[in-house]
Ligand binder design. Structure first.
Ligand SMILES: Cc1cc2nc3c(=O)[nH]c(=O)nc-3n(C[C@H](O)[C@H](O)[C@H](O)COP(=O)(O)OP(=O)(O)OC[C@H]3O[C@@H](n4cnc5c(N)ncnc54)[C@H](O)[C@@H]3O)c2cc1C
Length: 362
């Protein structure tokens, strides 16, 4: 094996791989970040960017704790990225308003909110006036609403632009169009073998999102079985509105709306098991549009919305209810994938955990 050119190779430059690469480089490590396509062009470009344990968690678990811990890291994560990249990130700590359209829904929502309070997710019931204050666009008659004060959102595209600049500023080598086919651990060093040749390093991190399961890993010549990944396709749509029409995330069941500072309003979403099919399905888009416009009829004036899709990185058989973030035993290979619908939220905590472990023992 050739002499290691880097301390760490990271396979996959979405928000997970890029955040890990940046945090390792901050510690003075020499990092090579490889991506099969373009940095941040897959799920991390497609994601809505909700940072919202209030909408995701309803029972205690290590995953619940991890989500809440990652949300707490966000202000510092964004602050450090902005200062190191010299770019601005649209990060809004405006909370989330969850709607109940009838009394049964309101009773169930309040019961869930009580359980969530015990987990560290604060909330309070809102009266109609306060609900309109948070979401002036909302016109639907509602039975009640609960405000999750700590839920936030970020523009993941801003985060990816900042991560590229911060990685480059810290000396990370970014190689795009570089598909990693396999990682060979030969005891003390690893080699990434791919479309553009071979690269060696002290350690490797697999962070290729929904494609992570396609990468083969062997340790001292013995193939290792890795948790298999599955792409879970989702559609989103966006409308161009004047800014400040929605001060909080608004959600009702599987529908959510959030507005970037520029005015761009994102509405979602859908869930399909369709492999890596990139077709935008007009019926699914129409379903999202009609749910969004049912909550906020005024959106109809700003349509038709712009649709797109992305592949959430799912795990075929999750080891826990969260992503797979761990060192492969007896190797210098770390796995950091399977963040499904929470990868934007979980990037700071994942990067901290993996970079701490590699710095301590890699
Ligand atoms: C519609 C939708 C809405 C979402 N909304 C939210 C949300 O509101 N909040 C939230 O927290 N999360 C959300 N998510 C989920 C979030 O976007 C993902 O969990 C997160 O982006 C995953 O990041 P990643 O870096 O693991 O994967 P990706 O961003 O997909 O990055 C993986 C990278 O690996 C590269 N790659 C693939 N194969 C190889 C290879 N063999 N070698 C090298 N590179 C390779 C790819 O080109 C890609 O750039 C949403 C996702 C979708 C699709």
């Amino acid at each position: 094996m050739p002499r290691a050119a880097s301390d760490v190779i990271v396979a996959g430059a979405g928000i997970i791989g890029a955040s890990i690469a940046w945090r390792l480089a901050e510690r003075g490590m020499k990092v090579t970040l490889l991506d099969a396509g373009g940095m941040g062009c897959e799920a991390s470009w497609a994601g809505a960017g909700m940072l919202a344990p209030g909408g995701e968690i309803d029972a205690p678990s290590p995953f619940a704790e991890f989500c809440i811990a990652s949300l707490k890291l966000y202000p510092d994560f964004v602050g450090a990225l902005e200062s190191q990249s010299g770019t601005e990130i649209d990060f809004q700590e405006g909370g989330a308003v969850e709607l109940a359209l009838d009394q049964d829904e309101f009773t169930a929502l309040c019961a869930r909110a009580e359980i969530q309070k015990a987990l560290g997710i604060p909330s309070s019931a809102l009266d109609l006036r306060d609900t309109r204050e948070c979401a002036p666009l909302l016109r639907k008659p509602i039975a009640g609403a609960v405000y999750f004060s700590e839920d936030s959102h970020v523009d993941p595209r801003d985060v990816m632009i900042a991560l590229r600049a911060a990685c480059l500023a810290r000396g990370v080598t970014i190689l795009e169009g570089w598909t990693v086919a396999s990682v060979l651990d030969c005891g003390g060093a690893v080699e990434a073998v791919g479309t553009k040749g071979k690269l060696s390093a002290g350690s490797a991190v697999l962070a290729a999102g929904a494609w992570s399961g396609n990468i083969g890993v062997s340790v001292n010549g013995v193939p290792r079985e890795l948790p298999a990944t599955v792409p879970i396709k989702g559609h989103l749509v966006a409308y161009s509105l004047p800014p400040d029409e929605l001060r909080s995330i608004v959600r009702h069941h599987g529908t959510y709306l959030l507005q970037r500072s520029t005015g761009y309003l994102v509405a979602g979403t859908s869930t399909e098991h369709a492999g890596f099919d990139r077709t935008i399905d007009a019926d699914i888009v129409d379903g999202i549009r009609s749910r969004a416009e049912d909550l906020c009829p005024v959106l109809g004036r700003y349509g038709p919305p712009i649709p797109w899709i992305g592949f959430r990185p799912g795990l075929e058989s999750p080891e826990t209810d969260g992503p797979c973030i761990r060192r492969l035993p007896d190797s210098n290979v770390w796995l950091a994938y399977g963040h499904y619908r929470n990868g934007i939220l979980l990037a700071p905590a994942t990067a901290r955990r993996v970079s701490d472990e590699i710095a301590a023992g890699g």
